[in-house]
Ligand binder design. Structure first.
Ligand SMILES: N[C@@H](CCC(=O)N[C@@H](CS)C(=O)NCC(=O)O)C(=O)O
Length: 201
């Protein structure tokens, strides 16, 4: 049986839970206390992921795979969640890299500061982080203004990766009102078969 090491409020972990659920792949969930006990930095967990972060999966053969978007790519390959065409696969990667470089470090980080009482200690960095988050939302809005989904007009792991933290951006006090195409896309993603909310395993 597949094992997923996770922390339920994590959008990165949620990406994996959402895809596995939509694919109907069963898994055992191992929840870690990432803040209090810092279980992601224990020697036992570092042996699984030397980068000390969830999500991390243990595959049936004992191999550990980490980095949320790499995990999405692994399980989506050969399924409708990853297009087969050369260009479309590269476009999915394009949005997965965008999510990790231009979206998650802003929107997810600001959300975490609000949700986990870390705002005061990061006050000096907040304006730049918020600016970066709105820049990412602007990129998404212009792309989605003419499309239903990020790649090839089909729901894919590009949508899952970007949905994870965009749909909880308001927990980081991001205002989604000026982004109607993003809001309409959020609704389309939430209506996909076997969709689950972020805190449910
Ligand atoms: N780029 C990584 C980011 C993973 C990440 O930042 N995980 C956070 C929770 S969202 C974590 O495990 N933090 C605990 C720690 O840093 O010890 C991914 O997409 O999987």
């Amino acid at each position: 049986m597949l094992t997923l090491y996770d922390f339920l409020p994590s959008g990165n972990g949620y990406k994996v839970r959402l895809l596995l659920t939509q694919l109907g792949i069963p898994y055992e969930l191992v929840l870690l206390d990432i803040f209090g006990k810092k279980e992601t930095r224990s020697p036992e967990f570092l042996a699984k992921n030397p980068n000390g972060r969830i999500p991390c999966v243990r595959l049936e053969d004992g191999t550990h795979l980490w980095e949320s978007n790499a995990i999405l790519f692994y399980f989506a390959d050969g399924t409708p969640f990853l297009p087969a065409g050369k260009l479309e696969r590269a476009q999915v990667l394009q949005w997965l890299f965008f999510e990790q470089y231009s979206h998650e470090p802003y929107i997810a980080v600001v959300r975490a500061w609000h949700e986990f009482g870390m705002l005061e200690q990061n006050r000096a960095l907040l304006a730049d982080k918020v600016k970066g988050g709105y820049a990412a939302l602007g990129v998404m809005e212009s792309h989605l203004a003419k499309r239903s989904f990020f790649v090839a007009e089909r729901y894919s792991i590009a949508d899952i990766a970007l949905y994870a933290y965009t749909h909880v951006a308001e927990e980081g006090k991001f205002d989604l009102a000026p982004y109607p195409a993003v809001r309409a896309w959020l609704e389309r993603v939430a209506k996909q078969p076997r969709h689950i909310p972020i805190t449910k395993a």
